[in-house]
Ligand binder design. Structure first.
Ligand SMILES: C[S@@+](CC[C@H](N)C(=O)[O-])C[C@H]1O[C@@H](n2cnc3c(N)ncnc32)[C@H](O)[C@@H]1O
Length: 265
């Protein structure tokens, strides 16, 4: 265990709750250990080359490695100016106080990890840049992207096996428009969100990007962690009620498993 791990971990702001050696558990904004139990994350990734898109502190990438992946590549952006957030750009909250990769680096060191973190936008994924992957995971990123289907199409360029998408959905739209794909522009001002689909809309996005859908999961709440922060969005009316629910229950998500379809001749 790296020296002073507990103190070094406590000095950082964490997005993910991650169990590190010596019983150190990071105070993540989100605790995805419950999500992991709900998702069809392959029990063994032995012999597989894996990609984690938008890795943040690396929870999913480290899990791929723990499940025996031969090689794990994790991509993210370090410069927030490269995010394609709605204008005016939402404030960065406390995240600006430390380098974007600081928490990932400490977890990487503590776990003795071989995950390769690369600074690369999902839109720029190409075989020339990163090669091909047997398993790709993208979690809670599509809602931050102006072109979520373009991002999934970029993933298709490098996905030879399965894609697991786990993203935010609108629960009310899922209930109101069961089975009918829909997405709404986020109504929350000053927040880094674009499109919020219903569960059918998330599935339709995966299909529209050129994947066959192999499986899908029921909506569930992705849990907040011990380090959950009170988000500073300006919310009014229904949005303010939604915010309260998110703080209490977590963020509504759904998952979809896809396999790339070949291009039509
Ligand atoms: C909400 S976090 C989700 C983290 C993690 N994937 C999860 O499921 O918990 C979104 C992450 O995507 C990253 N990100 C934002 N825009 C991106 C882009 N265009 N390409 C790759 N990563 C991006 C952010 O820096 C952040 O780490």
């Amino acid at each position: 265990m790296p020296e002073g791990l507990a103190e070094r971990a406590a000095a950082l702001r964490w997005y993910h709750t991650i169990a590190l050696p010596g019983g150190v558990v990071t105070r993540g904004e989100y605790d995805l250990r419950d999500t992991l139990r709900r998702l069809p994350f392959p029990p063994s990734l032995r012999g597989k080359r894996c990609l984690d898109v938008g890795t943040h502190d690396g929870f999913w990438a480290f899990e791929m490695e723990r499940r025996g992946a031969d090689e794990v590549v994790a991509i993210d952006l370090d410069d927030p100016a490269r995010y394609d957030w709605p204008l005016p750009r939402p404030p960065l909250e406390g995240e600006a106080a430390q380098p974007r990769d600081a928490a990932f680096r400490l977890a990487h060191e503590a776990l003795g990890s071989r995950v390769q973190r690369r600074v690369l936008s999902v839109y720029d994924l190409s075989r020339e840049e990163v090669g091909g992957f047997d398993f790709v995971f993208i979690g809670t990123l599509l809602l931050h992207l102006r072109d979520p289907i373009g991002a999934l199409a970029a993933i298709r360029r490098v996905c030879d096996g399965e894609l697991l998408v786990n993203d935010v959905i609108s629960l009310s739209m899922t209930l109101r428009r069961r089975g009918a794909p829909a997405a709404a522009l986020s109504t929350i001002d000053d927040a880094p969100f674009w499109w919020v689909p219903n569960a059918a809309g998330l599935e339709r996005s995966v299909r529209a990007a050129g994947f066959e859908v192999l499986a899908r999961g029921r909506p569930y709440f992705a849990r907040n962690g011990a380090g959950a922060v009170k988000l500073g969005w300006r919310a009014r009316g229904a949005a303010s009620l939604r915010r309260m629910l998110v703080l209490k229950l977590g963020v509504p998500h759904a998952w979809v498993v896809g396999r790339p379809l070949p291009d039509r001749a």
